[in-house]
Design a binder for this molecule. Structure first.
Ligand SMILES: NC(=O)c1ccc[n+]([C@@H]2O[C@H](COP(=O)([O-])OP(=O)(O)OC[C@H]3O[C@@H](n4cnc5c(N)ncnc54)[C@H](OP(=O)(O)O)[C@@H]3O)[C@@H](O)[C@H]2O)c1
Length: 240
């Protein structure tokens, strides 16, 4: 698949040259490794799936996670009012530090109701939902008429099949389920997105938070940490 090199839990891998990108001198390699997947994902979600416009109001779920925190930063840089959800007060601080204007603890509060209150009943232009099963219904309820739900992950499990008439009832809503591979499908697009992310890291516009580093032999512990929902930012595996 163009733009991705699977099998990277290894000290060395053989990758097609077309899948490689240059890393600016100023970016440390572990930070570059941490930035690529989540950074390019945040980039295509905000500059590909939907062009972000100044004055938009947008919700990012799991905003203290790796992709979530980068999404918040890119949306704020584009002049968006950012609503964010996360599960704990500690994560809420990280979401605020990333630039979120309104942070909702979706484990304690009905986030759709709170979004409607905070937006004076107008609803949002877009919702970026990586959580899936537990948030999908509420995400639809957050949207203004003709708003867009971008479902790009399923950290809580897959979304059940649903009746398309709900999009009509919600106000002619749109839903998309995109993947990074389809938004880095050409070499030109891959290089554009990679350099937008890595240049942003190099000049300090983008902050990539490495939440923890694990030796390659501790890969299982890294996966346990992800499943345990306690991580923030990006986990990095260091080959021996
Ligand atoms: N479509 C694409 O192109 C694309 C690209 C990259 C990643 N993704 C997907 O996007 C999602 C997020 O990726 P990421 O790398 O940003 O992950 P991450 O940093 O691990 O963030 C995931 C967050 O999801 C939240 N969450 C909610 N319910 C959860 C549950 N039951 N179990 C675990 N976490 C739960 C947690 O935040 P709270 O504790 O605050 O709820 C957790 O921190 C994943 O599903 C990934 O597969 C998709």
């Amino acid at each position: 698949m163009k733009g991705l090199a699977p099998g990277s839990y290894a000290s060395e891998i053989l990758a097609p040259a077309a899948a490689l990108v240059p890393v600016p001198e100023a970016v440390e390699l572990q930070v570059a490794a941490a930035a690529m997947l989540q950074g390019m994902t945040a980039h295509y979600l905000t500059h590909g799936v939907r062009e972000t416009r100044p004055g938009d109001s947008v919700l990012v779920h799991a905003a203290a996670g790796g992709t979530g925190a980068l999404l918040v930063q890119m949306l704020r840089a584009a002049g968006t009012r950012v609503f964010a959800t996360c599960s704990t007060p500690e994560k809420a601080e990280l979401a605020r530090a990333a630039g979120a204007d309104e942070v909702i603890l979706y484990t304690e509060t009905d986030f759709a109701e709170r979004v409607q209150q905070l937006s004076d009943g107008r609803g949002l232009d877009a919702v970026y939902d990586s959580v899936g099963r537990t948030t999908f219904d509420g995400s639809l309820l957050c949207l203004r008429p003709r708003g867009l739900l971008v479902l790009f992950g399923q950290s809580s499990g897959p979304v059940e099949p649903f009746d398309l008439q709900r999009l009509n009832r919600g106000g002619s809503l749109f839903v998309t389920r995109p993947s990074l591979a389809h938004y880095t499908a050409t070499r030109t697009e891959l290089l554009e997105r990679a350099s937008a992310v890595l240049d942003g890291v190099a000049d300090g516009r983008l902050n990539v938070r490495i939440g923890a580093r694990f030796g390659l032999a501790q890969a299982a512990a890294a996966h346990d940490a992800l499943e345990g929902r306690g991580t923030t930012g990006k986990l990095v595996l260091i080959p021996a």
